[in-house]
Design a protein around this ligand. Structure first.
Ligand code: PMP
Ligand code: GLN
Length: 399
């Protein structure tokens, strides 16, 4: 009875107060915005949302102002400027040994987030199932729901955070339109190795209707000696995959929101059909600056693994005497930490407490999962100056 009254009341609200019935009723403000605001409010060191506290390369910034002053301020082509697409194709050839056609296989997007949304909307229809692996980056599920798809959450293997292929093969079906993968993996720092990608390619052979959306935004923050394994270089996957990248991570410029998608021509055509009516295109001077910088300083991304390995190792060393137990980190600029020796609070409450009382902000992991994990984990971002990491570790060691 009470439920019926409530339902009627909420229908009334929708109909007569012009309050729309939410398409994403279960979605609140993202954890990244929530935790960064909390950190700000409490004067805490912000190791929650993933962004560097240092600047992009000076020459890259100089190139942006150069191109603005030079009059590159009007719409670029919908798919992105040619020189930037060419630099991306060259990089793919050089790093992954694969030919990529800059005209038909590369599209510049407004951050990886836009590319992920366009990729989902290009492929997923109402009723389609999409498989994501938990913990899953928070933008996947809303994109799938807005496209009318239903989300199938499969947990990554406990401990290693790799795909459980037995579970995947039991759950995948002719209704599966898309599998979303992410390596290096946010928030766990795990990797999919070439053998994982090969196994996925083998499994998908029986599902010709199924595509792959591969989130590779941390491709250059990979600490494996063999380097990053990409779907674009994996036979059996590259033909059915949209691979998504972000300049924000690579050039310490998360606020610029420039990313790109590499996909075979047929998939790129569908991707661009959505992209052109979503953002249409991406800030012109940023694109020219990135094209210049990629040509003049390819060493930047080649040195990135070393740059971040040093920060990872420093942060881990500084926390050796803390009550946190650190999980392995093979990629990304995130460190997972088990706090069960320190507190019985759940991870959301613990992250708040850490921010408010100990003045270090972290991200709880349960928000990336359909079912909260039993373990007590939080994520710290180590894309910070050494002094920031030292001060944060000092505070964390005093708990
Ligand atoms: N995917 C993952 C796994 C990420 O961590 C992020 C961002 N931080 C994105 C996508 C979005 O990237 P962008 O900021 O370029 O939209
Ligand atoms: N990807 C970043 C992180 O994981 C945050 C991006 C965002 O705030 N939307 O922290």
């Amino acid at each position: 009875m009470l439920l019926r009254i409530r339902q009627q009341r909420s229908k009334f609200r929708y109909r007569y107060r012009m309050q729309p019935e939410s398409k994403l009723p279960q979605v609140g403000t993202t954890i990244f915005t929530v935790m960064s605001a909390l950190a700000e409010r409490h004067g805490a060191i912000n190791l929650s949302q993933g962004f560097p506290d240092f600047e992009p390369p000076g020459r890259l910034v100089e190139r942006v102002t150069h191109h603005m002053a030079a009059g590159r301020n009007q719409y670029p082509p919908m798919m992105g400027i040619e020189p930037l697409r060419e630099r991306i194709a060259e990089k793919a050839r050089h790093l992954y040994g694969v030919p990529v056609d800059p005209d038909t296989e590369v599209t510049i997007s407004s951050g990886a987030t836009e590319a992920l949304l366009c990729g989902v909307h290009a492929l997923v229809r109402p009723g389609d199932e999409v498989i994501v692996f938990d913990p899953a980056y928070d933008s996947y599920e809303p994109a799938i729901l807005l496209a009318g798809g239903s989300v199938v959450h499969l947990p990554l293997q406990a401990g290693q955070f790799r795909i459980d292929f037995e579970q995947l093969s039991a759950r995948i079906s002719q209704r599966t339109r898309l599998v979303v993968i992410n390596s290096p993996h946010n928030p766990t720092g795990s990797l999919l190795y070439q053998e994982d990608l090969n196994q996925l390619a083998d499994l998908l052979r029986a599902y010709p209707q199924c595509y792959v959306l591969s989130d590779e935004v941390y491709e250059h923050i990979c600490f494996d000696p063999d380097g990053h394994a990409s779907v674009i270089a994996t036979e059996g996957l590259k033909q059915r995959s949209l691979a998504v990248f972000s300049f924000g991570k690579t050039y310490h410029a998360t606020g610029w929101k420039v990313g790109y998608c590499i996909a075979p021509p047929a998939l790129t055509t569908e991707f661009r059909r959505v992209h052109q009516f979503n953002t249409f295109t991406t800030a012109t001077p940023l694109q020219w600056a990135l094209a210049d910088y990629m040509a003049s300083d390819p060493q930047h991304y080649l040195k990135l693994p070393e740059f971040y390995r040093h920060k990872r190792d420093l942060f881990r060393r500084l926390l050796e005497d803390s009550g946190f137990e650190l999980l392995p980190c093979e990629g990304t600029y995130f460190q997972l930490a088990d706090y069960s020796a320190l507190s019985n609070l759940d991870d959301v409450a613990f992250s708040r407490w850490l921010t408010e009382v100990h003045k270090v902000a972290a991200i709880p992991i349960s928000v990336f999962c359909e079912r909260p994990p039993e373990a007590r984990w939080v994520r710290f971002c180590f894309a910070k100056q050494e002094a920031t990491l030292e001060e944060a570790a000092d505070r964390l060691c005093r708990i």
